[in-house]
Design a protein around this ligand. Structure first.
Ligand code: GDP
Length: 195
């Protein structure tokens, strides 16, 4: 998809604030610092629309990016930042549960993991949660420019195994530095959202 017009429509905390045009939505989730803002900016060919190096744990809102008035990317606040209080963690959990469990226009979730390391327990919990709600999953392993090509296949199978992915869950190895995987991510987005 050729992306020219993108805007942050709303930073929402409650369902009443979600957009209501009925456009398909693709959510993106991952732990803080995994490279989510960089992925979004790569997908939409912008340098800084989605905030990079966001203060971890601070953005407790669902950010809805309108893409060409055809779909929304929904930036889910990052998890796993140690300094977040228990109360904020609970608020985060409630907010994403409300969104993932009851959002008919949600067509799939891009779940990011850091390609340099084994997925964390929180990464595994996120996948379990998405399986529970029967949501289509694309796992996106980030920062793959740091991994030699000869190890990519092994990285992919290790991630699949650790996250206990289902055969229908897809995985893309991605780098916002080299743009590797960008087309594959877009292909999945287009397939899932039917645009
Ligand atoms: P977010 O907190 O998940 O939104 O993560 P950011 O996109 O802000 O990225 C966190 C850090 O990882 C920043 O220092 C980025 O420059 C770096 N980063 C993000 N993507 C990549 C990548 O593909 N390759 C490399 N080498 N660094 C990356």
């Amino acid at each position: 998809m050729k992306v020219q017009n993108v805007e942050l429509t709303i930073s929402a905390v409650s369902p009443a604030q979600y957009p209501n045009e009925g456009f398909p939505e693709i959510a993106l989730s991952g732990r803080s610092n995994v490279g989510k803002s960089s992925l979004i900016n790569t997908l939409i060919n912008r340098k800084g629309l989605a905030r990079t190096s966001s203060q971890p744990g601070k953005t407790q809102t669902l950010n809805f990016y309108n893409i060409e008035s055809e779909l929304y990317f929904v930036d889910v606040p990052g998890y796993g930042y140690a300094k977040v209080s228990k109360k904020d963690r609970e608020k985060w959990g409630q907010m994403i549960e409300r969104y993932f469990s009851d959002r008919p226009v949600l067509r799939g979730v891009i779940s990011l993991v850091d390609g340099r390391h084994e997925p964390t327990e929180l990464d595994c919990q996120m996948i379990d949660f998405l399986h529970y709600y029967d949501l289509p999953i694309l796992v996106c392993a980030t920062k793959m420019d740091k991994i030699p090509r000869g190890k990519w296949n092994r990285t992919e199978s290790q991630i699949r195994k650790k996250l206990a992915l289902n055969p229908q869950d897809e995985i893309v190895l991605f780098s916002s530095v080299t743009k590797a995987g960008k087309e594959e991510v877009w292909n999945w987005v287009e397939k899932m959202s039917g645009i």
